[in-house]
Design a protein around this ligand. Structure first.
Ligand code: FES
Ligand SMILES: [Fe+2]
Length: 444
């Protein structure tokens, strides 16, 4: 028996105003997260434009489980476990490619259709009358429990049964809708491979930081603050057009009042976003021709409504964040209790001017690249926290800023933009999904 193999032991790690450090540091808790949370939740896999043609595949992970997103011969997208049902060999090792009409295992050449069904086995007579068809191995590559393509974004649930996609995301899908609606064609396309680098910290630190509005003006002072200072020293006239790089970086230095006023909205199941009223993306200069293109597609009123949404970071529990106004998605892929790979994708708004893609790419380079000046401020904080949590004597992490009595996370709420309610919301969902199927198992 491990310390954390009971639902009660896991649930005890979360209190209304604080969480136990083992949530971030303990490898057994991490393994339980992979087994329960990442199996029961709907987890982001990829975008359909990463596999545009039949036979195109893309390999990634759901939690620590290697999976393949593949475009099947019927045109729909499947998500398969990246493991040969014969002896376990990983079927693909490339990040992406085209497999043609079938996958072929490199070890003994069993082959599988792109929906995973077993297609052929060399020297098949060796299995005659052995009952192979009745075994799991005889059924081919295993699919995940369920897959949903929502406006081009592919999500999957590993568990065969559980919460539906619609119930899991509910009204939070409005953020994804807004990002896609920003394309005059209502369609996004991934641009290039993601920026990608390792963080020596727990994956949840990154997720929490997406709605932590009390850190930018502090942790980013050395980067954004320096940029603002140098720009001011140029002494340019007030009305001089700001270079796009300054438009991007300067709002990181906004005062507390700005972040308080921006607002935070939380939805059930751990989802939430900053920037209800305004955000660091609100004051970007208009790109010539873009509004006109949107008006043509949607009419002026709807075009205005689409652009008036300036949501900052939307967290989709458990492990992605999207930025609608800048068409970006970051996925925090857990590797171990103290290791997380972060991938930052950008998307092109189909039928919108290219300048928008250029700004999006600039944002990603400046803020999220391995060579970025801003992302490393955060990385430094995460890694210091991961180390600091090993200090004995204090075992709890505080999340009680603007806490209220009897908070109900099963209803949508809008609060002051510096609340830590979204972090509490995530941990409420964490307990729910960590203990979900264990309760079922116990009842059986
Ligand atoms: S391990 Fe894949 S065919 Fe044998
Ligand atoms: Fe930050």
């Amino acid at each position: 028996m491990g310390r954390y193999d009971s639902p009660a032991a896991l649930a005890a790690l979360v209190q209304p105003h604080q969480v136990h450090r083992d949530i971030y540091t303990d490898q057994e808790v991490f393994q339980q997260e992979m087994k329960h949370l990442f199996a029961n939740a709907w987890v982001f896999v990829g975008h359909e434009s990463q596999t545009p043609n039949k036979g195109d595949y893309f390999s990634t992970h759901i939690g620590t489980q290697p999976v393949i997103q593949v475009r099947h011969s019927t045109g729909d997208i499947h998500v398969l476990l990246n493991r040969c049902p014969h002896k376990g060999t990983k079927i693909v090792i490339d990040r992406q490619g085209n497999t043609g009409k079938f996958f072929r295992c490199p070890y003994h050449a069993w082959s599988f259709k792109t929906d995973g069904c077993l297609l052929a086995i060399p020297l098949k007579k060796g299995y005659q009358n052995t009952g192979l068809e009745e075994t799991d191995s005889g059924k081919g590559m295993r699919s995940v429990g369920d897959v949903k393509n929502y406006r081009g974004f592919i999500f999957a649930r590993l568990a065969d049964e559980g919460m539906s996609f619609e119930e899991f995301f509910g009204k939070s899908l409005s953020s994804l809708d807004n990002m896609v609606d920003r394309s005059p064609a209502g369609r996004l396309e991934v641009v290039g491979p993601p920026l990608r680098y390792m963080h020596h910290c727990n994956w949840k630190m990154l997720v929490e930081n997406q709605t932590d509005t009390c850190h930018p003006m502090v942790a980013h002072e050395s980067s954004a603050g320096t940029a603002v200072k140098l720009y001011e020293e140029l002494g340019l006239p007030e009305d001089a057009p700001k270079p796009p790089a300054m438009e991007i970086i300067a709002p990181f230095m906004s005062p507390y009042e700005f972040f308080e006023g921006m607002g935070i909205r939380t939805w059930p199941n751990g989802h939430g976003h900053t920037g209800v009223n305004h955000s660091i993306h609100s004051d970007y200069a208009a790109i010539p021709g873009y509004f006109e293109a949107l008006c043509e597609s949607y009419g002026e009123e709807k075009a205005k409504a689409i652009l008036d949404e300036n949501r900052h970071n939307t967290v989709y529990f458990p492990n992605i964040m999207i930025k609608g106004p800048i068409q970006q998605l970051r996925v925090f892929i857990p590797i171990a209790a103290d290791r997380t790979v972060v991938e930052s994708y950008i998307y092109r708004l189909v039928d919108a001017p290219d300048e928008l893609t250029a700004r999006t790419a600039m944002y990603n380079r400046m803020i999220n690249a391995p060579t970025s000046i801003v992302g490393h401020d955060d990385l430094e904080m995460y890694e210091r926290a991961q180390e600091g949590l090993m200090v004995d004597g204090l075992e709890w992490v505080n999340i009680q800023r603007l806490i209220e009595e009897d908070e109900d996370f099963e209803v949508e709420a809008v609060e002051n933009g510096t609340t830590e309610r979204q972090m509490r919301n995530q941990f409420h969902a964490w307990v729910k999904f960590m203990t979900m199927c264990q309760k079922t198992e116990a009842a059986e």
